[in-house]
Each structure stands twice: as C-alpha cells, then as structure tokens.
Design a protein around this ligand. Structure first.
Ligand code: FPP
Length: 267
C-alpha cells in the first residue's frame, strides 16, 4: 500500500533517520502548509541545561537548527519559512549578547551563501534592518542580492522585527499617501493594508511554530497570524530537528481550517 508522503520522501536530499522517514511518509503533500513561521525560543535555557555559563552558546547551537529547518522546508517545496531571529525588543538585552548575536548573524549570512544557492533558497528580511550595523547590513544586502534569482523556498529572516512596529510603519505610509491625495482612506481594504507590510507576497503563515513550550506570540507577525494555526512544542530551539518539524506539520494537517466560517458537510 502506498503512503501519502512517498512523493515527498523521493524529493529528500539530506539523509533521513528511520524516525524522520516514518513521519515524513505520513505527511499528505496536498495538505502541506505553504508558509511556516517559527519563534525560535529556548536558546538560553538550552545553554544552561548543557552546563554553559554563556547564553550565547545556545544561540550558536541554534544555527544548526536554522540550517536543518531551511533544508527541510526546501525539500518539501514550501513557499516560505519566516524565522524570528531578532526582535525590536532584543536590542534591550545585554550588549555582550546583542553583539554576539550580530556576529553570529553576519557569520551565518556570509557562510550560508553556497548552501542557499545549492538549495535554490532566496533570502529576504523583514524588520527595521536600517537599525543593524553597517557590517551586518552589508552582509544581509549581499546575501539577498546573490540569492535573488533563486526560485525555491523563500527564507524570510525577521531582524529588528516587531509586529506593532510593522503595523505602525504601514499606517504611517497610508497616512502619508492619504495626505498626498493618492489614497482614499474610506476605500482602504485589508488587502491594501497588507500590501504595505514588509513582505506581503509571501502570504500569511499557515502554521506558526513556537519552541520551548511558551504560549506567547511575542509581537510576531501580529497582522499576518489572524487565521494561522499555532503549534507549541516543549523542544528547545537548539534541539529542534527535522522530526520536530514533521510532527508540527502532521499536527497542522489534522486541523480543520475554517477561517471563521462553517464548513458545510453533505447531509
Ligand atoms: C530566543 O531564545 C532566541 C533569540 C532571541 C535569538 C534567536 C537566534 C538564533 C537562533 C541564532 C541566530 C539566527 C540566525 C538566523 C543567524 P532565548 O535567548 O530567549 O532563550 P531563553 O528563553 O531560553 O532564555
């Protein structure tokens, strides 16, 4: 008997463990989410539990999980993966941690280029990227430019990102257009509002995953998650592997998405 995920298993490029294979085979390709967003939480706790005094060791270990998630979403032919890498609030962390996170980001952006290109992944960013250092901005702009022609997964890094900030920036733009007489406020639609957010072309996430067991949205994609399915796993981000992603997808596929409507069943 054929299993739903056989077509997906045939696309896989990175070797699967037996457990990952078993999970993948249960995934129904037609029900896959198109866009997954992840709140990568628990790096500090992971570092403490692993006996490190420095929280940054958790962020470093989290890079492997980022790579794993990008590979896995690419193999599944998803449209987009949005990762909450640095929030507007994260600037308030101790300078030592912010500096270390920025160094990690620069290293990731520079070193990941060959793999992103090999896997046809296009990098974009959402957030107040003008707040990043010049060095960081340069690395980001370069990686976005050299992956711009890739046509597979879009990796959207949320950097200096805040959901309220994103909404306020859109409101400011709309108010400016209204004052200039190029937009009629009365006829403003949800679509027209969405079009002024950072990356409307990616579509709203179908699935939001949060690691480390916290049931919070933390100012992430506030407008876009209106009808997103939320999945919380106790796994800390540095421990997040392909099996965890497949489990989240399988859970998502079981849900009935109604978007506030009643799904009519034949009587
Ligand atoms: C939350 O864990 C995680 C972050 C604030 C940063 C996430 C960054 C990475 C995974 C590495 C860099 C990413 C890229 C894409 C280069 P926390 O520190 O709040 O953990 P805690 O709640 O256990 O303290």
């Amino acid at each position: 008997m054929s299993l739903p995920g056989e077509v997906l298993a045939a696309r896989v490029k990175y070797p699967l463990t037996p457990q990952e294979r078993e999970l993948l085979l249960q995934i129904v390709p037609e029900r896959l989410p198109r866009h997954i967003a992840i709140i990568m939480d628990g790096n500090g706790r992971w570092a403490r539990q692993a006996g490190f005094r420095d929280r940054i060791r958790g962020h470093e270990a989290g890079i492997d999980s980022v790579r794993t998630a990008v590979r896995a979403c690419g193999e599944l032919h998803l449209r987009a993966l949005t990762l909450y890498a640095f929030s507007v609030e994260n600037w308030q962390r101790p300078k030592k941690e912010v500096d270390a996170l920025m160094r990690l980001l620069i290293r990731f952006l520079n070193e990941e280029i060959p793999e992103l290109n090999e896997n046809n992944v296009r990098l974009v960013a959402s957030g107040r990227t003008q707040d990043l250092s010049d060095e960081c901005r340069r690395a980001l702009d370069n990686t976005m430019a050299v992956t711009a022609g890739n046509t597979g997964l879009v990796l959207n890094l949320a950097l200096s990102y805040g959901g309220r900030t994103e909404i306020i920036e859109a409101v400011r733009q709309i108010a400016t257009e209204a004052l200039a007489g190029t937009l009629d406020p009365v006829s403003l639609t949800e679509e027209a509002f969405s079009a002024r957010l950072y990356h409307p072309e990616l579509g709203d996430p179908d699935l939001l995953v949060r690691t480390s067991g916290e049931f919070r949205v933390s100012n992430f994609l506030l407008w876009q998650i209106a009808y997103t399915e939320i999945y919380v796993t106790p796994t800390l981000w540095p421990d997040f592997r392909r099996a965890h992603l497949y489990e989240a997808i399988l859970d998502y596929e079981k849900r009935e998405r109604r978007f506030g409507k009643v799904l009519e069943k034949p009587s």
